[in-house]
Write a protein that binds this ligand. Structure first.
Ligand SMILES: CC(C)(COP(=O)(O)OP(=O)(O)OC[C@H]1O[C@@H](n2cnc3c(N)ncnc32)[C@H](O)[C@@H]1OP(=O)(O)O)[C@@H](O)C(=O)NCCC(=O)NCCS
Length: 150
């Protein structure tokens, strides 16, 4: 826990349009952290500064039904270890439960062991290990080629 900041100073709230530039800056920080410098959002605020966010959206899985995909969860380095990441994730979870979600899908890079452990310590199961699931995607170029495939 960061000793200089009180956790009851932290506000978890729905993101507003006027947050977009601060959230965007955090997205850039996350992209740099994930080494890929290339909806809906929750943000966490500390003394009027956005210090963390989560980006999530609704998904539908034909086996399990309605769920939530938490695409991003990011807390600025200066504010880590204060429980903000947990509060953001808990709020996404609360929204998911209210909407009848059967689960939350989270994708973590293989090298990001600290975050993977952080999630599994709180009950997440690695479907790649337990069910040998692989995450497949069809890129834009391949999509264009595919729709034109006779
Ligand atoms: C993963 C992440 C969102 C967690 O956010 P956070 O606000 O630091 O999380 P919390 O404060 O709720 O929990 C941090 C954990 O690290 C410990 N910790 C203590 N001091 C810490 C510090 N200075 N920095 C980081 N973690 C610290 C806490 O005790 C806690 O441990 P626990 O799992 O035993 O409870 C944040 O580390 C992050 O943004 N990482 C980079 C992006 C990332 O990997 N995102 C997830 C994949 S998309």
């Amino acid at each position: 826990m960061n000793s200089t900041i009180e956790s009851n100073d932290i506000v978890i709230r729905r993101a507003k349009p006027q947050d977009s530039s601060q959230v965007y800056n955090l997205m850039i920080e996350l992209a740099v952290f994930l080494k890929c410098d290339r909806e809906m959002t929750l943000s966490s605020e500390h003394q009027s500064t956005i210090v963390g966010y989560s980006l999530y959206f609704h998904i539908y899985n034909f086996l399990e039904g309605f769920g939530i995909s938490m695409e991003n969860l990011y807390v600025s380095k200066s504010h880590r270890g204060m429980g903000i990441g947990k509060m953001l994730w808990q709020e996404v979870t609360r929204i998911g439960l209210e909407l009848g979600s059967t689960g939350i899908l989270i994708i973590v890079d293989n090298w990001n062991k600290a975050s993977k452990d952080w999630y599994t310590r709180r009950g997440c199961v690695d479907l790649t290990e337990t069910k040998e699931y692989h995450y497949l995607t069809l890129g834009r170029k391949e999509m264009e080629a595919f729709v034109n495939d006779a």
